[in-house]
Design a protein. Sequence first.
Length: 393
Amino acid sequence: MFTPKRRPPLQRLRRMTVLSLSMGLVLAWVGPLGTLGDPAGRPRPSLALVAGVLGLAVFTVLYLRIVRAAVDGTFARGEVAASAVVATVLLLTQDGHPWSWGLLGPVWASAVALLLNRSATVAVTVAATALSLLLAPPRVDPGPGLVDVFLVPNPDDVFPALGAYLGVAAAAPWANRFQLWFWRVVRAAEEGKEARARLAVTEERLRFSRDLHDLVGHSLSAIAVKSEVAARLSAVDAARAAAEMDEVRTLARQALREIRAAVRGYRTVDLAAELRAMTTVLEAGGVRCTLQTPPGAVPEGTATLLAWVVREGTTNVLRHSSATRCRITIGVREGSVVLEMTNDGVGGVDGRGGTGLVGLSERVAAVGGTVTAGPGGPGEFRLRATVPLEGEP
């Protein structure tokens, strides 16, 4: 059964931003196409119309390239210049008015504004609007049976229609700039979260290296000094040399215990914190999550294994399913701790599992536990891990 992969939230937001920024193309097409069917019966050269539609298609491609460049933070000078030429040629060659072909100017300005600062946006908007009004001025068409809403039906409506046109021309670039600003704020926030995570890892590594240096450095220095003393005394006072070596052995064992204690803190995972983190990750990916845990504390070694199970299960839900709900339950049954992750996104992982589940099964099997993955209830997929309490390392 094929199930589409769920896109990360930031990638989905990027697609929605590109789509919303491209809505200006609706004006670019609806305006000109609204005058193709001429109810007044005026003949329209078919060749000119075909050329106009082809020009609109080229303008659309260039517009989309400008929008994508703005969202990605790159330049599109060639597309800006080429789209300006296409829009100008269409305004010169097509018979229109502000609410038909005259909309190309404001639409072009709404795309170019994404690559400019505020002052340049104002200048481009004014220039594009003025050129559109010059090449496609307002006109009155009182022909009988007129149903073309893109023309002004009587002279009294010229100025209101012109005011509405100027309002649209002024608002479109700034609406696009606001949407682009919102996208950049969200992207900066995501990059900040990643940077903070990397910084936290770096700081933890530095702290661990300092702790390890303090532990090992002091102990090894003492061992080195006493070893030198024992070496010098071995020829003149064997009893004192033996005593010094006994102290060396004691220091070495103490250093080993301290190092093991330090490393153990890094190998142990906080199950409660891991569950909260994975729940947050699932919900950020659009998966509603419910969590049920036992009232008592889970032993440290067992908690570490279960944390690895939750990590692998979360990865499978996000990468290999189209789940919208996930339920995580942890309970103690017959001397074993049982963890179940059930989601409604069946597919992507069978009972055999991938390399992640294979490695996880081997890790749990080392303490006498089992890991199974496969269909649960109707339309559900279940990952189940059973770890015996007495099998805890």
